[in-house]
Write a protein that binds this ligand. Structure first.
Ligand code: URA
Length: 241
């Protein structure tokens, strides 16, 4: 939808509508590279708007904490037509993207946002955001295997995993399964599954319970909530360390 340039500038938080009009009249605003000096100009979502040579941010930033169900792809679309996480956010005009990925068959905490800067920071290995997973695995996990997980195990790609926290939550001899909690800050493909496989315990079920200081409290599978301003600020700070 085309809207007046000064309105779009005001919505993007550049300045009030009045002040934006003055900026236009002063020749400080370009649309698609061309200086615009009249107030009648209309623009749509495809137009590139610059003020004093800086691109303006058109969309309001939104942040969601989603309890991803099993059987959903962590992407904005899927070639095979399977359900994707963004299918849960179709009522909003802002397009959101998942921050990192959870496997199709993994459930749990996934952040979605249109704030590319925050997403890139959080996904950057340098920031080492802790994530806690709970896995149901085949077999009875032994203490020495926990120790290996804690110091790092050699993965399929030949690289060693970083230090991790690992503990047994329960053991079930009858069904020959264990429930373990694993906290890691790396995010390599299938990392938790590969770590547990490396100590001889294939994963049967996996859930991500925490992401940094965030938890799934109050949500059931398929539900989401908006992050508070304080949480967004704290995530930025996580990414500053
Ligand atoms: N590790 C995995 O193996 N799978 C996930 O979905 C997330 C972490």
């Amino acid at each position: 939808m085309a809207e007046r340039l000064q309105k779009v500038m005001a919505n993007a938080g550049v300045a009030s509508r009045r002040a934006s009009e003055k900026m236009i009249l002063d020749g400080r605003v370009r649309v698609n590279g061309k200086v615009i000096k009249e107030l009648g100009q209309k623009v749509d979502g495809n137009d590139v708007i610059e003020v004093d040579g800086h691109l303006i941010e058109r969309e309001e930033k939104v942040y969601y904490l989603f309890y991803k169900p099993r059987g959903v792809i962590s992407a904005a679309k899927d070639d095979k037509g399977r359900k994707v996480v963004t299918d849960y956010f179709t009522d909003y005009s802002e397009r959101v993207y998942p921050v990192g990925r959870l496997d199709y068959d993994t459930s749990g905490l996934l952040l979605l946002t249109n704030d590319g800067e925050l997403a890139n920071r959080l996904m950057h290995p340098r920031y080492k955001v802790n994530k806690t997973y709970v896995a149901k695995v085949k077999g009875i996990v032994q203490n020495d295997e926990l120790k290996q997980l804690r110091v790092g195990v050699r993965l399929k790609d030949g690289k060693k995993s970083a230090r991790a926290k690992a503990k047994i939550l329960s053991l079930d001899k009858k069904s020959d399964t264990s429930i373990v909690s694993l906290t890691i800050h790396e995010g390599r493909n299938h990392q938790v599954k590969n770590m547990l496989q490396a100590v001889g315990h294939p994963v049967k079920k996996l859930k991500r319970e925490t992401y940094g200081f965030l938890t799934l409290a109050g949500l059931t599978s398929g539900q989401y909530r908006e992050l508070t301003r304080e949480e967004v600020k704290a995530l930025y700070e996580l990414g500053n360390k």
